[in-house]
Design a binder for this molecule. Structure first.
Ligand code: CTP
Ligand code: K
Ligand code: MG
Length: 181
């Protein structure tokens, strides 16, 4: 695959996992998932992980995957790259895995003494990617193997932190997010 095709495939296939974090920021507020409970004196997850944000994030990622499926044939012609078509399993696993990864990262942050909103370089930028990929590989290994080739995985690992920092920086500038990470 050319570098162009690799990058286009990587971004297309990851969009349903990229959108949930940003959608959750817009929908945040409401009851925290941990119900305010603590573990060794620290919140289990913290007020930054809510039912509303999680549900909205997963639904937004699902909707994006569905929309991309509608555009798939046109995009393939327009971009000159045979972009992936998302099966139902991937439409759920990519956004649900992304939200789960973000939640697990907050668990790790609280256990390591970081307050809500504190940054944890690399974990912040890759938590959602790792779990989104793992869950997708679990529910549809054949589809995963077809599109997540080694070059695509490498492009995802390099481009995701940059994209994540850029979108969060924009959300911070717009006043939607409290911190730029
Ligand atoms: N959010 C949410 N539910 C989620 C994830 C995010 O409601 N599952 C919302 C919250 O309003 C959160 C905001 O999106 O404050 C930003 O998300 P994030 O940066 O992941 O949370 P933080 O507040 O920074 O908390 P943490 O330190 O636990 O990451
Ligand atoms: K986060
Ligand atoms: Mg944060």
């Amino acid at each position: 695959m050319s570098l162009y095709a690799t990058v286009v495939t990587a971004m297309w296939v990851m969009l349903p996992a990229y959108v949930p974090n940003n959608a959750a920021v817009l929908a945040g507020g409401g009851a925290p998932i941990d119900g305010g409970r603590t573990l060794n004196g620290k919140r289990v997850l913290g007020d930054g992980k809510t039912y509303r944000g999680t549900l909205f994030g997963v639904l937004a990622g699902f909707a994006v995957a569905a929309a991309l499926d509608v555009l798939q044939l046109d995009a393939t012609g327009l971009l000159g790259v045979s972009v992936p078509w998302f099966p139902f399993e991937a439409m759920v696993a990519l956004p649900a895995g992304a939200m789960l990864g973000d939640i697990l990262a907050s668990f790790v942050k609280r256990r390591t003494g970081r307050e809500r909103g504190a940054s944890f370089p690399l974990l912040d930028q890759l938590d959602f990617v790792v779990v989104a990929l793992a869950l997708t590989a679990l529910v549809d290994p054949a589809w995963f193997g077809r599109y997540f080739t080694l070059d695509v995985l490498l492009a995802i690992l390099v481009l995701t932190p940059l994209l994540h920092l850029a979108t969060n920086g924009i959300a911070y500038q717009l006043g939607l997010k409290d911190e730029p990470w």
